[in-house]
Design a protein around this ligand. Structure first.
Ligand SMILES: C[S@@+](CC[C@H](N)C(=O)[O-])C[C@H]1O[C@@H](n2cnc3c(N)ncnc32)[C@H](O)[C@@H]1O
Ligand code: SF4
Ligand code: SF4
Length: 338
């Protein structure tokens, strides 16, 4: 119950604080390193050299700055977060302060589950297709098998969703991913590949993508275990295929690079590099002085970590139920599904 109180307390405090046109980050994403054990075609991060990474003391310093700014949710990623030797300690410190999640390629999941299982509220495991389709996109034979083995173990301890990135090479895989999701008894989340300048251009062909999004929206409406909101799919259809663009609110998500720098305005446009140490900055001052206006009309990416919070609307009852009341009930029952 203390977790419920702390998340609710922070959420309520934030809602009240946000009233007079102030901007606050609600969610934080942190890349623990760029290095990775896989080589995905669409991914720019494994291609970068890591500099000296933050130690646990600086990780805590970062968390304290985020907490002070009012962040409630911290998600770890990379590169591959499970390659960090101190991942257990980092997650432990995070869970004391935030609703904590992580996204992993799953290769090391089975081997490292004991280090992480008590300090995660939610786990995402990336799967971009079945068997060879996944292995080819991920640049490593055996990565599908390893990820599925990891999911089978991890799902016993942590609420878990498959995270699937739709690219031009796996447009026919959504159905297979959904079938696997149900066979494994987990959830799944979809997002669309963005063409970073330093990775292979893998974004899906727009007309075919429309069919996939329509199919996923239909499955969502039928109650399939899809984490994306129904608005995630309808906003893409309305914006990319209609004349009703969503309004992006990149300030709701703050990103911190492996050196502890804030990435602004969003990690997509900035290709994940920052130059201001999070602990040297008054985040709220920065947030409220920064000119976010040019980005409100940007609809370039549909990364769930930006689009989902941008779409949230307290006046939409089904959204409040799905994003706030149902997770709260799950929390009370001991599992958070957001
Ligand atoms: C960068 S990875 C880091 C965590 C971990 N290595 C993994 O793959 O899950 C986080 C997520 O970003 C996704 N991703 C990689 N390249 C992308 C791109 N070009 N556009 C959108 N998502 C991408 C991956 O599929 C993965 O689900
Ligand atoms: S998407 Fe994840 S697993 Fe693939 S190369 Fe990038 S960081 Fe590694
Ligand atoms: S839609 Fe534009 S501003 Fe919003 S997160 Fe994506 S790239 Fe950034």
């Amino acid at each position: 119950m203390s977790l419920v109180n702390s998340v609710l307390g922070r959420g309520l405090k934030r809602t009240l604080k946000s009233l007079p046109n102030q901007k606050y980050p609600l969610i934080a994403g942190h890349k623990l390193q760029y290095s990775c054990n896989l080589k995905c075609k669409m991914c720019p991060f494994w291609r970068r050299e890591d500099e000296e990474l933050l130690g646990i003391d600086d990780e805590i310093r970062m968390m304290e700055s985020l907490k002070k700014a009012g962040v409630s949710f911290l998600g770890f990623e990379g590169g591959e977060p499970l390659l960090r030797r101190d991942i257990g300690d980092i997650l432990h410190e995070s869970k004391k302060r935030f609703h904590t999640s992580m996204v992993t390629n799953g290769w090391l999941l089975k081997a490292k589950i004991d280090e992480i299982k008590d300090n995660l509220n939610y786990l995402f495991v990336s799967l971009d297709g079945i068997g060879d389709v996944h292995d080819n996109l991920r640049g490593m034979a055996g990565s599908f098998k390893k990820a599925v083995e990891g999911i089978e173990v991890a799902k016993k301890y942590v609420p878990l969703a498959i995270s699937s990135t739709i690219t031009k090479d796996n447009m026919d895989q959504a159905q297979g991913i959904l079938d696997l999701t149900m066979k494994l008894g987990v959830s799944c989340n979809f997002q669309i590949a963005y063409d970073y300048t330093t990775a292979e251009k893998m974004s899906p062909e727009k007309l075919k993508l429309k069919e996939v999004i329509e199919m996923l929206a239909l499955y969502k409406s039928k109650g399939y275990p899809i984490v994306n909101s129904k608005e995630y799919f309808t906003s893409i259809l309305n914006s990319w295929y209609g004349d009703d663009p969503w309004k992006c609110k990149p300030w709701l998500t703050i990103n911190i690079d492996p050196l502890g720098n804030i990435v602004q305005p969003c990690y997509v446009l900035n290709e994940y590099s920052g130059d201001k140490k999070v602990w040297d900055i008054d985040i709220l001052k920065l947030w409220n002085q920064y000119d976010w206006a040019p980005y409100e009309s940007c609809n370039k990416c549909a990364l769930a970590c930006y689009l989902e919070p941008s779409l949230f609307n307290w006046h939409n009852p089904s959204m409040v139920k799905e994003r706030f009341l149902d997770p709260l009930l799950s929390l009370i029952k001991g599992e958070l599904a957001w």
